[in-house]
Design a protein around this ligand. Structure first.
Ligand code: SAM
Length: 239
C-alpha cells in the first residue's frame, strides 16, 4: 500500500468496524443501553430535546420530505414521521440498524418512514431534496465528518434547516479556536462545531449544550454568503 492510500484504508477499516459494532447492537442492546442508559447520562435531557428537534423538523419541512441520518434504530425518526404528513427518509450504514429501524417504523405505525442502507459520505439523493435534515449523534462516529456534513447540506433545500446533535468530550475548548477546529468531532468544543457548520455553508441559528451533548440548528442560505454564519451565534459555555 502506498502512503497516499493509507488514510483511505484506515477510514475504510474504521467504517467497517463501526458498521459491525452498530449492526451487532441494533436488535436488543442499542435502545436499552445507549438511548435509555447513556444518552440521559451524557446528554441530560437530550432524548426529549431530540424528539423536539424531530417535531420542529416535521413542521419546518411542510410538504417536503425529511431526512434522518443516521437513523439508528429509528427510535427518534418514528415520532418525527408520525408528526409529518410527508415522507421521512432514514439512512444508516449498518444493516442491523436498517432492519431494526424498519421494525420500529412498522411497530409504531409510522408507515411514511422509509429506511435505506447508505453511507453518509455519499448520500443517494439529489441536491436540495429535503425540507429538513435531522442528524442525531452520528457525526462523532462517522470517520470523515466534514464530507458527511457537506452531503447533508447538499441534499437540504435552500432556506431550510439542519437539526444537529453530537456528543463530544470538548477538550478543544482549552485550545485556540483555529487549532480546535482540526480535532475530530468527538473532541470538538461548541465553537469548533459552529465553525464546521459555517464552513459547510450553513448559517447557525442556535446552539445549546446539555452536559456533553451539543444541539444546533443551522439554515442553508438561499444565496451562499460566507459571512452570514459568523454573525449569528456566540456558542454557550462548555460544561
Ligand atoms: C450513536 S448512533 C445514532 C443513531 C440515532 N440517530 C440515535 O440518536 O439513536 C450512530 C449511528 O451512525 C451510524 N453510522 C456510522 N457511520 C455511518 C456512515 N458512514 N453512514 C451512515 N451511518 C453511519 C451507525 O450505524 C449508528 O447507527
Amino acid at each position: 500500500m502506498d502512503r497516499s492510500s493509507a488514510p483511505r484504508h484506515r477510514t475504510r477499516l474504521a467504517q467497517s468496524a463501526i458498521r459491525l459494532l452498530y449492526s451487532a447492537t441494533a436488535g436488543s442492546l442499542y435502545d436499552r443501553v445507549v438511548v435509555r442508559g447513556a444518552f440521559p447520562l451524557f446528554g441530560g435531557h437530550m432524548p426529549e430535546l431530540l424528539i423536539e428537534q424531530g417535531r420542529a423538523a416535521a413542521d419546518d419541512a411542510g410538504a417536503m420530505p425529511v431526512l434522518d441520518m443516521p437513523v439508528g434504530t429509528g427510535v427518534f425518526a418514528a415520532p418525527t414521521a408520525l408528526l409529518h404528513s410527508g415522507l421521512v427518509a432514514g439512512v444508516d450504514i449498518a444493516g442491523g440498524m436498517v432492519t431494526q429501524a424498519k421494525k420500529t417504523a412498522e411497530d409504531s405505525g409510522a408507515f411514511n418512514l422509509s429506511v435505506v442502507q447508505a453511507d453518509a459520505h455519499h448520500l443517494p439523493f439529489a441536491d436540495d431534496s429535503f425540507g429538513a435534515v435531522v442528524s442525531s449523534n452520528g457525526l462523532q462516529v462517522i470517520p470523515d465528518a466534514k464530507t458527511a456534513l457537506r452531503e447533508l447540506v447538499r441534499v437540504l433545500s435552500p432556506g431550510k434547516r439542519l437539526y444537529l446533535s453530537v456528543v463530544t468530550l470538548p477538550v478543544g475548548a482549552a485550545l485556540s479556536r483555529g487549532s480546535s477546529g482540526r480535532l475530530p468531532v468527538v473532541l470538538s468544543s461548541s465553537a469548533g462545531i459552529v465553525d464546521a457548520l459555517i464552513d459547510s455553508g450553513l448559517s447557525v441559528a442556535s446552539v445549546k449544550r446539555e452536559r456533553l451533548a451539543l444541539l444546533a440548528e443551522a439554515v442553508k442560505p438561499v444565496r451562499p454568503n460566507p459571512e452570514l454564519g459568523r454573525l449569528a451565534v456566540t456558542p454557550a459555555g462548555e460544561p
